[in-house]
Design a protein around this ligand. Structure first.
Ligand SMILES: C[S@@+](CC[C@H](N)C(=O)[O-])C[C@H]1O[C@@H](n2cnc3c(N)ncnc32)[C@H](O)[C@@H]1O
Ligand code: SF4
Ligand code: SF4
Length: 338
């Protein structure tokens, strides 16, 4: 729901109410795949919209109950050197690494609004103890969690603790070709990662997923990964190659941006390793979103999200249509993991 009310207190103009309603309902209706469910679900959504439209605790108007994903890039450091990715080239110094307690406070403030907390990086498992603390806190707060990892640092101790929490683990794999692997990852650790994958599958079952990056370089690899996943019963998703500072080529077809897919990033709350808050990690594409909205080490997350610029950015993002809308974190959950 929009936080933008361009009206004087208690004097809504009918135009703004209609605009607000359509801005909420249209993208919602587009995401419903089964046509016969559109009317009943739009009806229910209208009731929800009406409640939040008139009952306004500040945060609930946009950040509805279980309506948002909190995405934490816990670090830019990485133990791998993937040629697709440039994140590892700019690791944060210790002085710019947020304390885990600051992130947990943010999670506690927002938990009623979250349908998921996602940890990415860099390599999140370089901070395994912090990751587990966050995972344990998420379970206490009843927020599902997902970690995206290169899979090289997973060990049984981690899996033992993580498997009890019922969260998802996504391992990134772009080829099953042992010869190609070192060129893709900058590390010759195919056997170690595949071994970790097997143990993870045993201990996490359906909570283990695989994600691949779709690019010119992986066009022939992805079908093999999909076949492997089907064979061993692991759900899989591909996301298109983007400019993360790597040196891969784009695959032409991914830039045929489908206009019917709406970017849901406006419902995301993204945190950088130093605590800076943005609405999506591609915010540099949107002029008024280039500067972070605030920093959770210095300020509580709720006032940060209630800033006028935050609501203005969310509004612009409703119709934002760059290729980054196809990244997993910016797509509706229903379109992920086959
Ligand atoms: C940046 S990584 C961080 C987490 C972890 N280090 C890993 O590799 O899974 C998050 C996801 O982005 C993917 N990724 C890396 N470089 C990418 C790029 N240039 N375009 C699209 N996705 C990319 C990775 O494969 C991974 O699935
Ligand atoms: S994709 Fe992941 S594993 Fe590879 S360099 Fe980037 S952050 Fe590290
Ligand atoms: S299209 Fe890209 S830049 Fe625009 S809101 Fe979505 S993720 Fe952000």
């Amino acid at each position: 729901m929009s936080l933008i009310y361009r009206r004087k207190a208690n004097q809504p103009s009918i135009f703004h109410v209609i605009h607000d309603y359509l801005g909420e309902i249209r993208p919602f209706a587009k995401r419903i795949e089964k046509k016969h469910l559109i009317l009943p679900l739009v009806f229910l959504k209208t009731i929800e919209w009406s409640i939040y439209r008139w009952y306004k605790t500040p945060i609930r108007r946009f950040y509805g109950v279980k309506g948002n994903e909190l995405i934490y890039m816990i670090t830019r450091r990485c133990n791998e050197r993937c040629s697709k990715c440039g994140i590892w080239k700019n690791p944060e110094p210790d002085s710019e690494h947020l304390k885990v307690s600051d992130f947990i406070n943010c999670l506690k403030s927002l938990h009623n609004n979250l349908y998921q907390v996602t940890l990415t990086g860099g390599e999140p498992l370089l901070f395994m103890e912090d990751v587990l603390k966050i995972a344990e806190e998420s379970t206490k707060l009843n927020v599902p969690m997902l970690i995206v990892t290169n899979g090289s640092l997973i060990n049984e101790n981690f899996l033992n603790r993580y498997s009890k929490l019922d969260h998802i683990l996504v391992i990134s794999i772009d080829t099953l070709d042992k010869e190609k692997w070192p060129e893709f990852r900058g590390r010759d650790n195919f056997d170690a990662v595949m071994n970790n994958l097997q143990i993870a599958k045993k201990m996490l079952g359906d909570k283990l997923r695989i994600q691949s990056v779709f690019a010119q370089e992986t066009i022939n690899d992805i079908p093999k990964i999909i076949a492997f996943c089907k064979d061993v019963g692991i759900r899989h998703v591909s996301q298109p190659y983007m400019d993360f500072g790597g040196i891969w080529q784009e695959a032409k077809q991914i830039y045929e941006n489908k206009n019917d897919i709406v970017c849901i990033a406006r419902k995301n709350i993204c945190i950088y390793p130093n605590g800076d808050v943005v609405k999506c990690f591609d915010h540099y594409r949107i002029p008024i979103a280039k500067e972070p909205l605030g920093n959770i080490e210095k300020e509580d997350i709720i006032p940060i999200l209630c800033k006028k610029r935050s609501t203005e950015i969310s509004k612009i993002m409703k119709t934002c249509n760059y290729p980054c809308k196809n990244l997993s974190c910016n797509k509706p959950q229903t379109l992920l993991f086959n």
